[in-house]
Ligand binder design. Structure first.
Ligand SMILES: [Cu+2]
Length: 678
């Protein structure tokens, strides 16, 4: 083990000791947590115990006594039985976008799920009770690394068996690292129906406590589809009511968004449905009440199913502070693009205001001319001490965005492309920010031990399947972490060199090494961008590479010339640096103080033995096979808790038990047909 790495491990171990400092002051949190429903950990509780009852619920239903009423939106309020509901009645209604009564997933009666609010290094026991009638469930704590506890990572068939209807599973986790995280389902596409919630971890003594705090979870909402329908339409096609295929929409670089039609954007489960560019359904929006000069930390959580969203407050400038729990040297920006899985904190206060209500807006990054309605999540920020009556239904003519000009360009942080295609904006990305984490040690990863290329793309006949290095992920039938002997579908060493194949892609990485991962989106099947999330680890973003763009309209002209695909079909199952002198970490223009992330492009350190999922965080791409498993430090996985559930096939064949049965076929060869507009 090299000495620098040992240093890192010692720091982690020391940090696991729970401090006894007597501080338990939370800032004002908006929306206010509901004690008993949310999981608000008392500072002295160790462990902090919470219960999550997961169930299906319906939107736009109000019950009083024995009566049940269908609720309708009315001018920003809710109406049932021809009566406007008062605030406490309205609180009982799950609205989503107010369009009809639709099936969602709630926890403890709440949609999206309750908040978990804990202190750094506190142990938390979360008892998950599956109250579904037929579906199974697991919960992944996104942003937490489960150091030494890989079996608590919540990924179905990677780290645990699914929790079946009626069953209970207790997660015992350590609250680390401090910052903005969230939890979500990790089986199928349940996140798209609302199975997620914020997870905030506080440092016991931190300047944060003097801020107010605003929690913003973002979701892209389709009010017609449950998660299984969404998946089927993703792999087949979507049709509109006239029977025509719904065409893809595009971001400015010409990257596609397809097969999950956007109806509405939700902030904390609330939004309004814009059926056209001009008309919405007057549904209720989330409302945050602030005062002039009062500084808030906004915690933005990307819980979307598919669409990246650009977040801004009308006409304001934001101070970006963190990404994925890690401090950045603050920069002033006008908007931040949040991809599914990412979290960003910014601080902001209204120094002056010219009206009572401003909107916080999260527009999808689709160009407005690639679809026919307004694609945005909206929430209201009300300035309490601005002397005007409250407007419960503020309008948005969507011309009030950020204030930009050719002279004073707006900074857009985290563009997934190299050019905004307009003279009034300027794209910034992770090459433009530096890390200010106190314990960071960039020198520890400047010399790398091993290097891997992983290409995330759709190299099939058409828009599917999703794959990593040409391998469509086949979910095992038993968790690979805890029942490795049951795995029959593992990808072979050389199986997939020149054809796409279907198997369980597992890459073994040695323990305690510095690994450089190069994530790409190249070759046949590129054209959609993919937020890549790695479980159990963080990575330093050493460099983001872009292709060549037309500066006038932002379109991608050519892929990066830095990497060559060397396989026959251009699936990019096999890649290398174009300039061979870059091999082994010798890449020019690396960030000297690289920001730390858990969702993106990377070198990382294998210091957390276990089986860890690595996947596209677009729900539907992930379930369609754009995923793999990193086996980190095989042979030194921590012990699984006593009595951990097992599961698997029952073949009812006395001649062959599960261990010796004939392996299932590992791959299917795809015949290349017309590639359409791939
Ligand atoms: Cu993807």
């Amino acid at each position: 083990m090299n000495p620098t790495l040992l240093g890192i491990l010692l720091i982690i171990t020391a940090a696991l000791k729970f401090s006894n400092a007597q501080v338990d002051e939370r800032p004002v949190i908006l929306p206010a947590p509901v004690r008993g429903i949310d999981c608000i950990c008392d500072y002295n509780a160790n462990p902090c115990r919470c219960k999550f009852e997961v169930e299906h619920l319906l939107t736009m239903i109000y019950q009083e006594g024995d009566e049940t009423y269908l609720v309708k939106p009315y001018k920003g309020k809710l109406m049932a039985n021809k009566t406007i509901l008062n605030a406490s009645q309205a609180e009982q209604v799950i609205t989503a976008d107010g369009d009809g009564s639709r099936l969602v997933i709630g926890i403890n009666g709440k949609f999206p799920g309750p908040m978990i609010d804990a202190y750094e290094n506190q142990e938390i026991e979360i008892t998950v009770v599956n109250r579904f009638h037929t579906d199974s469930v697991t919960i992944h704590f996104h942003g937490l690394h489960q150091v030494g506890r890989p079996s608590m990572d919540g990924v179905a068939f990677v780290s645990q068996c699914p929790i079946l209807p009626g069953q209970t599973f207790v997660y015992k986790i350590i609250a680390s690292p401090p910052g903005t995280s969230y939890y979500h389902a990790h089986i199928g596409d349940q996140r798209s129906m609302g199975l997620y919630g914020p997870f905030v971890i506080r440092k016991p003594q931190s300047a944060d406590q003097f801020f107010g705090e605003i929690i913003v979870t973002l979701q892209d909402w389709n009010h017609d589809m449950d998660s299984e329908t969404a998946y089927q339409r993703m792999i087949t096609e979507q049709f509109n009511s006239a029977g025509n295929k719904l065409p893809p929409t595009f971001s400015v670089d010409n990257a596609k968004f397809s097969r999950f039609a956007f109806h509405s954007g939700l902030v904390n489960g609330k939004g309004r449905y814009w059926s056209t560019n001009k008309k919405h359904n007057n549904a209720t929006l989330e409302r945050f009440i602030v005062r002039k000069g009062q500084k808030f930390r906004y915690r933005i959580i990307g819980a979307q199913t598919l669409y990246p969203m650009r977040v801004f407050i009308q006409e304001q400038t934001l101070s970006l502070r963190t990404s994925d729990c890690y401090n950045l040297k603050p920069i002033e920006v006008q908007s931040i693009i949040v991809h599914p899985g990412e979290r960003f904190d910014f601080t902001f206060s209204f120094g002056s205001a010219s009206r009572k209500e401003y909107l916080l807006v999260a527009e999808t990054i689709e160009t407005r001319d690639s679809h026919n309605s307004y694609h945005a999540a909206e929430a209201v920020i009300e300035i309490e001490d601005f002397d005007e009556p409250r407007n419960v239904n503020p309008e948005n003519d969507y011309t009030k965005t950020e204030v930009c000009s050719e002279v004073a360009k707006c900074a857009v942080f985290n563009c997934p492309y190299g050019s905004p295609g307009t003279n009034s904006q300027n794209c910034l990305n992770f090459n433009h920010v530096t890390n200010t984490e106190p314990n960071r040690d960039p020198s520890s990863i400047m010399s790398i031990d091993e290097e891997y290329f992983f290409n995330f793309a759709f190299p099939g006949r058409g828009y599917t399947p999703g794959s990593v290095n040409g391998r469509e992920f086949v979910s095992p039938v038993s968790p690979v972490l805890t029942q490795p002997g049951s795995l029959k579908t593992k990808c072979g060493e050389k199986d997939c060199t020149n054809d796409i194949c279907k198997c369980t892609y597992i890459v073994d990485l040695p323990k305690d090494k510095v690994i450089q991962l190069i994530f790409t989106n190249l070759g046949t099947g590129s054209g959609w961008s993919h937020p890549v999330h790695l479980h159990g680890h963080t990575f330093f973003v050493m460099k983001m590479g872009f292709g060549a763009y037309d500066e006038t309209n932002g379109r991608l002209i050519n892929d990066t010339a830095d990497i060559m695909c060397t396989d026959l079909n251009n699936f990019c199952t096999d890649m290398r640096w174009t300039n061979s002198s870059w091999t082994g970490g010798n890449i020019p223009d690396l960030n000297n103080d690289p920001p730390q992330k858990d969702t993106i492009v990377v070198p990382t350190v294998t210091n957390n033995p276990g089986m860890w999922f690595l996947h596209c965080h677009i729900d539907l791409h992930n379930t369609n096979g754009m995923a793999m498993v990193i086996s980190s430090g095989q042979g030194s996985y921590p012990k699984t808790p006593e009595g951990f559930p097992t599961c698997g096939n029952f073949l009812n064949d006395e001649e062959s038990d599960d261990e010796t049965s004939t392996p299932l076929p590992l791959w299917s060869v795809v015949v290349m047909g017309s590639l359409g507009d791939l």
